[in-house]
Ligand binder design. Structure first.
Ligand SMILES: [Zn+2]
Length: 634
């Protein structure tokens, strides 16, 4: 992922009068005790789980479901067929090349897996009270028909055994990835499907998103002693030694999480630091060369430096540990850990930020992928910008050449307007013009193209928070982020929940914003019309060309060096945003959203005008900026 920057404006100190109402949404709860052994010759995992499941819902559950993700890595699985079908879509890249719309990591590779390379997860039995329950397997979803239903507000203990084959690494999980990491063990155990206020979330795995039940994990792993294990949670037996057969036991515990990942390799190097009382950061990577080693060391250095900023802006990191582990095939987030291909800091910040949006808030990513990937992409740009501006050149882990490059990039970032450099904005604007856009409310598995999914989830979702800053003010948007976190952590918030927090915090009505930005593909385009001279000023006329309305900010610069920011609230907001920036603001009557044009008068005559620009902050995702600015000739 590219490491670009987004706008940071003066943060106004406004005292919060937001009373953090406790959202009352019930959550299921789970405790897993997992014992598993991995044979590093056959790549077979044999395991057992004891699950204590609390049904906190008002419903009687006659069935429960498990994810068996690794069954996706078999020829003709849903994931395989989906990838090959997407490969039939030919899209045109920015360079004008024809590209197949499949994930370049997956392509048709699953179809070509040999029996010893496929993945599988088979559950032998599920016992409740000593009785075997009836199992029906639907590829990556296991249905368990219960003999005795689980009553509301009751708890049940289940025991199951499973056998799995670690697939050749295709996507995220698997053995022997491109960087040579032996085991990337994500989605490796039968995992209970989340049941929530919307029912069972039984999405078959086709390579996209995850959702889970919060609870506590106690995981014991056994494998050859030559391997180092990196995992979710806190290692309980650091001084354990191997048994007579050369097998070592690793026990990890993690609380209040909804997934568990681990990785193992016989050439892992481990760096670790207690960055504050009760929080240790770890980095695990394959030894390669001095340059690579110092880049991985810089991951730990940068993470420690940025943590205070991340917590101030996005909320407290509540877990005792976080590990950056080399593995997988890009960057993927898990509880208290990420599997990343390399030490690039954009990905490092992105994946760690998923701890907030995927793990702590735990939005249903299938239904609201943009609330996870989009918010995380926004944070990635924001944190990368802060890091580059304030810390990067002090790093002991980078060369003089890299330092010079950062200084030069930072200079450019000061000259250009911040939002223009936002990869999220740029990518959203391309999507909007591509003809392939689908509403951001589309289920993440069901977009027509991979392209439309990723641009909507990551880029339009990231642009959402930049645009929200434009509508309610950046400082208020930042308070929304904290109020949202404090109100909804560990509660699976949805899109309405976020909008309600934003409305309560800002005092601005935002239903229109939600309807247009999330549920439609309508775009924004405002343009300057004509200018007419009056005796004392100039009448500026603005036309709404796009279907989506928005409040307007118009900067008027005069030849005498003075400026005024003309603010035109949208009637649907029923309030004005806070004043931002240093330019004198003039507030005009609201614009009715039905109005195709709006006019206002400047304070100085036409002859005094130098230039006029709609949205000088570049936070409005206007699809055509060619009609936004007018320089008045002398
Ligand atoms: Zn992500």
């Amino acid at each position: 992922m590219k490491n670009k920057v987004l706008s940071i404006f003066t943060i106004l100190l406004v005292t919060s009068n937001f009373v953090s109402a406790q959202a009352d949404r019930w959550q299921q709860h789970i405790n897993y005790t997992i014992n598993a052994s991995l044979d590093v010759k056959s790549n077979i995992v044999n395991g057992s789980e004891e699950i204590v499941y609390d049904n906190n819902s008002p419903d009687t559950l006659k069935k429960v479901y498990f994810h068996l993700y690794w069954n996706a890595f078999q020829p003709n699985s849903s994931m395989d067929i989906r990838s090959r079908e997407l490969g039939k879509n030919l899209l045109t890249s920015r360079r004008g090349e024809q590209v197949q719309d499949w994930d370049a990591r997956v392509k048709d590779r699953i179809l070509n897996l040999k029996p010893e390379e496929i993945g599988f997860q088979n559950v032998g039995y599920v016992l409740i009270g000593g009785k075997q329950q009836k199992l029906v397997q639907h590829e990556t979803i296991l249905e368990v028909q219960l003999i005795q239903p689980i009553a509301p507000k009751s708890s049940v203990t289940m025991t199951l055994v499973f056998q799995a084959q670690v697939p050749q690494q295709i996507r995220r999980s698997g053995r022997d990835n491109a960087e040579g990491v032996r085991y990337s063990m994500s989605q490796w155990y039968p995992k209970m499907v989340e049941y929530d206020y919307q029912g069972w979330n039984t999405n078959p795995y086709i390579a996209r998103e995850f959702y889970g039940v919060w609870g506590n994990y106690d995981v014991t792993l056994q494998l050859d002693q030559s391997y180092m294990v990196a995992a979710t949670g806190v290692l309980q037996n650091p001084s354990a030694t191997a048994n007579a057969q050369g097998i070592k036991t690793w026990n990890f515990k993690g609380n209040n999480i909804h997934d568990f990942v681990w990785a193992a390799d016989n050439h892992f190097k481990h760096l670790s630091k207690e960055v504050r009382k009760g929080l240790t950061l770890n980095v695990y990577f394959k030894e390669k060369d001095a340059r690579s080693d110092s880049a991985w060391a810089n991951v730990l250095w940068a993470a420690e430096k940025m943590l205070p900023y991340m917590e101030k802006k996005f909320g407290a990191y509540p877990y005792p540990q976080y590990s950056f582990i080399q593995g997988g095939d890009g960057g993927m987030e898990y509880a208290m850990a990420t599997l990343i291909k390399g030490p690039g800091l954009g990905t490092v910040f992105h994946e760690w930020m998923h701890s907030w949006y995927q793990h702590i808030l735990g939005t249903n990513e299938s239904l609201f992928p943009w609330m996870d990937e989009g918010f995380t992409s926004y944070a990635e740009e924001d944190i990368s910008y802060q890091y580059n501006q304030n810390y990067a050149t002090n790093s002991p882990n980078i060369s003089d050449r890299e330092k010079a490059q950062i200084v030069s990039n930072n200079e450019k970032a000061k000259i250009q307007l911040p939002a223009i450099q936002s990869a999220n904005y740029m990518s959203y604007l391309s999507l909007a013009k591509s003809g392939l856009e689908e509403p951001m409310s589309t289920h993440s598995d069901h977009y027509n193209t991979n392209y439309a999914y990723s641009s909507a989830a990551y880029s339009k979702g990231g642009t959402f928070l930049g645009f929200l800053g434009y509508i309610i003010g950046d400082s208020v948007r930042d308070r929304v982020l904290i109020n949202y976190y404090n109100t909804w952590k560990f509660k699976h918030p949805n899109a309405n929940d976020f909008i309600r927090v934003a409305e309560k915090t800002s005092g601005i009505q935002l239903e229109w914003f939600q309807e247009y930005w999330m549920n439609s593909t309508k775009t924004i385009d405002y343009g300057l019309n004509d200018i007419q001279a009056t005796a004392t000023g100039a009448i500026i006329s603005i036309q709404r060309i796009g279907k989506m309305p928005a409040p307007l900010e118009v900067l008027v610069n005069y030849k005498d060096g003075t400026s005024e920011l003309h603010y035109i609230p949208l009637d649907l907001m029923l309030a004005n945003k806070v004043e931002e920036g240093k330019v004198k603001r003039i507030v005009h009557p609201e614009c009715k959203w039905v109005q195709p044009t709006y006019t206002f008068e400047t304070t100085k005559p036409l002859s005094a005008l130098k230039s006029i620009e709609i949205d000088p902050s570049y936070r409005l995702p206007d699809v055509n900026r060619n009609n936004n600015k007018l320089e008045i000739p002398n």
